[in-house]
Design a protein around this ligand. Structure first.
Ligand SMILES: Nc1ncnc2c1ncn2[C@@H]1O[C@H](COP(=O)(O)OP(=O)(O)O)[C@@H](O)[C@H]1O
Ligand SMILES: [Mg+2]
Length: 422
């Protein structure tokens, strides 16, 4: 690459995440392309960049070899379990994601538990059960509430997290679980949740934001923990105001160095008996928080490029922005994804004054607008100097978007904030 050429960036994913990254990194001077990893959520990314879809190109390796991107940003860790994974890694791609041993932090829940034990990080009582019967036996013996999880994380896992709050809840759900990969049980520790997202590069941890996700489907944190959050907040937190980095990430520094970990790390935690406990680690920027983090930075492209190369980072923050609020417009049937409606119009009443990233929508057949094609229509994301300002801007914008049967939470920011609050 000559010094004058724009760095080329390939984003792997679909929907709002992919559109947001393509848009913001293009604005930051990158030459962007998308690889659409699923058969939905193409509309938004295609507004921003030339894209290839998995439907036309099931194995992207030859294309990647041709493109020689300077940075690859994956939305999920699906790239690690594809028939083409080995071929992909052999290209030595500048991937913004831990690989090898480092990847296990997200992929294998019991490995994360063991690491926490090794470094003295609080982790809820937890166990891998090879079968439903073993799981049931353990719950009866312990007589505690256990959350039911997939032992191996992937968007295509046979199990999606069921947050059970009593031992009876756990025992009632276990018979419904597909135990072909086993079952991971983790003690239910309440609702005082928060997260932190950092970058790790050249053996150092760079704290970025403390965040909250409103994961329950309805106002008041009622209803099920939906497949993806209904809302999110981020606070610029390079000084770790809430202590999640100090307590849950810094102890891992020797391990990060040992395995050459570089890329994003996100910890989701619960406050229990006055201490943060790890629920899980992820090794990528979150679907809703990722684009907001990029917006808070004055040099997102340079920061991500250096992180993918495992070089020291110099994140520069935009002066006037500290907070972000993301709201999801859910479509007909959500969060009960078995319920499907026909493609129906999505109307945008006025030009947005913040980011609107599209998920499951498509250009209407008559060419005059957008149709809903699934359960999560768009993410509306606003940044601000204060939390109140970012929330107000996001709500002012989502109120202007309408589709029959759609809804959004109207109470984001009213609970679960500041971190540790219920
Ligand atoms: N042990 C637990 N105690 C209380 N709530 C939990 C627990 N484990 C998970 N949850 C809830 O379920 C959500 C999803 O669980 P998580 O471990 O993050 O898995 P995933 O994001 O892969 O579904 C968490 O964000 C949290 O709201
Ligand atoms: Mg999670």
């Amino acid at each position: 690459m000559s010094v004058t050429a724009s760095p080329s960036v390939l984003v792997l994913g679909v929907g709002a995440f992919t559109q947001g990254f393509l848009h913001i990194l293009r604005e930051g001077g990158a030459d962007v392309r998308g690889y659409l990893t699923r058969s939905y959520g193409h509309y938004g990314p295609r507004l921003e960049a030339p894209c290839q879809s998995v439907d036309d190109l099931p194995n992207p390796c030859a294309w990647i070899r041709e493109q020689q991107p300077d940075l690859l940003v994956p939305m999920s860790i699906e790239w690690a379990i594809k028939p083409w994974t080995e071929e992909f890694l052999a290209l030595n791609p500048p991937l913004l994601c831990a690989t090898g041993e480092g990847l296990r932090l997200e992929r294998e829940r019991d490995f994360a538990r063991e690491l926490c034990e090794r470094f003295g990080i609080p982790f809820p009582r937890a166990r891998f059960a090879p079968t439903r019967a073993t799981a049931e036996h353990w719950v009866r013996t312990e007589n505690r509430a256990f959350v039911i999880k997939n032992p191996l994380c992937s968007p295509t896992s046979p199990i999606h997290t069921i947050v059970c709050e009593t031992p009876q809840d756990t025992l009632a759900w276990l018979p419904r679980m597909d135990d072909s990969e086993g079952i991971f049980l983790q003690e239910y520790l309440g609702r005082r949740e928060a997260g932190h997202i950092a970058l790790v590069s050249a053996g150092e941890i760079y704290p970025l934001v403390t965040n909250q996700e409103y994961k329950r489907a309805f106002n008041g944190n009622l209803g099920i923990v939906a497949g993806a959050p209904l809302g999110g907040l981020v606070e610029r937190d390079e000084n770790d105001r809430y202590g999640l980095v100090r307590e849950l990430l810094e102890p891992l520094r020797p391990w990060f160095r040992e395995v050459g970990f570089h890329g994003p790390v996100q910890v989701t935690a619960i406050r229990h008996e006055n201490r943060w406990h790890v629920l899980e680690y992820n090794v990528r920027l979150g679907v809703t928080s990722g684009p907001m983090i990029l917006r808070l930075l004055a040099n997102p492209l340079a920061t991500l490029l250096a992180c993918a190369r495992n070089e020291p980072l110099r994140p520069v923050w935009r002066e006037n922005l500290r907070y972000g609020c993301n709201l999801t417009l859910a479509g007909y049937g959500y969060p009960f994804t078995q319920l499907n409606g026909p493609p129906i119009p999505v109307n945008v009443a006025r030009p947005p004054t913040c980011d609107v990233w599209w998920n499951e929508v498509a250009a209407a057949a008559d060419g005059t607008g957008i149709d809903a094609t699934g359960h999560r229509l768009c993410d509306v994301a606003a940044l601000g100097t204060t939390l109140e300002e970012s929330i107000a801007t996001a709500y002012a914008n989502i109120r202007g978007i309408r589709s029959l049967g759609s809804y959004y939470r109207t109470d984001v920011g009213q609970s679960l904030w500041p971190p540790g609050a219920e």
